[in-house]
Design a protein around this ligand. Structure first.
Ligand code: PBG
Length: 324
């Protein structure tokens, strides 16, 4: 036999020499939740190990992320239930929880960690949809885009390095780019959720942000059956000025991630979402999976499929483990 692939697997040095991909802390972003009106961190039962943080807690967490060498923290705000309304007013209010958190976290970390923000209304609306509704209950695209543009401008004002519109409204990236530039925030980058699917894998996130969504998001998020449509969405975002495009979820959509990475010449991010996290945590808690090996393999698979940047609830723990 001439070809014996096993020769290159004989010992750790040999395997290390031919290893093609590696996860690095500087490519990882931790999504994190900050809640209004709580005085201590509240565990998210659908995502064991994750919390809704207080303002003080999120600052401390951001410091730990910087220390561990992560790229950034992606902030999600959780308003008090009584502060939610049909238009998501608190998303634009100076004392809205997300806006306060952005200011405080940016003050705390400076440029030592990238402060990224979720630009979307679902955490702030009482109906749980990502935008404002027409009388028939369908999300009004163009009105919602106006609100996103204003929200992004406020995030930039509060100190965000990067805004991440996740609502899948048509034209959202261009509207945000123009609003940022008009307000002299041309340095603030846009990470566009280019290909975002209407996925069951977001299930555990609903509890994380206290969302009360009835129904689904199928009129704005993509059909899991479609691949070519992802490229159309991503190209539209590139044309509208996205600096980074994202594919979400990650593990069930590695084919999409690879196609996007091959198709665009800007950095590509992938979001290892709540359901991907909680499945592994639940199986590990039952002793069915080796938790750390499964986490490492998950992050590596996402990287191998083409992610330059990965958002993961395991980001901090993973980076801290490498440092040990
Ligand atoms: C929308 C948003 C969602 C997630 C991130 N941004 C929820 C949704 O689209 O239904 C899900 C993230 C996750 O599941 O980890 N603001």
């Amino acid at each position: 036999m001439i070809n014996r692939p096993r020769r290159l697997r004989t010992n750790p040095a040999m395997r290390g020499m031919v290893s093609e991909n590696r996860v690095e802390a500087r490519h990882l972003v931790l999504p994190a939740f900050v809640a209004d009106g709580i005085d201590e961190a509240r565990p998210i039962s659908s995502m064991p190990g994750q919390f809704q943080h207080t303002l003080d807690g999120i600052k401390k967490l951001a410091n730990e992320c910087a220390e561990a060498g992560l790229a950034g923290i992606m902030l999600f705000g959780v308003p008090k239930p009584e502060d939610k309304d049909a238009n998501g007013t608190k998303a634009l209010a100076p004392d809205g929880i997300l806006n306060r958190a952005i200011r405080e976290v940016r003050d705390e970390v400076g440029d030592g960690l990238l402060v990224m923000t979720d630009v979307c209304l679902d955490e702030f609306t009482d109906h749980g949809h990502c935008g404002v509704l027409n009388p028939d209950g369908v999300v009004n695209n163009d009105l919602t885009v106006l609100l996103y543009a204003e929200m992004a401008r406020i995030h930039a004002e509060c100190g965000a390095h990067m805004v991440a519109p996740s609502g899948m409204m048509d034209g959202q990236v261009l509207a945000i780019r123009e609003a940022l530039d008009d307000a002299d925030h041309d340095d603030v980058a846009i990470m566009a959720y280019g290909a975002k699917y209407a996925s069951a894998f977001y299930g555990p996130f609903r509890e994380a942000v206290g969302s009360s969504l009835q129904g689904d998001r199928k009129t704005y998020q993509q059909d899991p059956a479609n691949a070519r449509e992802a490229l159309r969405e991503v190209f539209a975002d590139v044309e509208q000025g996205a600096d980074i495009v994202m594919v979400k979820p990650a593990l069930p959509y590695l084919d999409i991630l690879r196609q996007v990475a091959d198709a665009v010449d800007i950095p590509v991010a992938a979001y290892n979402v709540s359901g991907e996290y909680s499945m592994v945590e639940a199986a590990a808690a039952n002793g069915w999976l080796d938790r750390e090996r499964t986490i490492d393999e998950s992050l590596l698979a996402i990287r191998r499929a083409g992610a330059d940047i990965t958002l993961s609830y395991w980001a901090l723990e993973w980076a801290q483990r490498q440092a040990r």
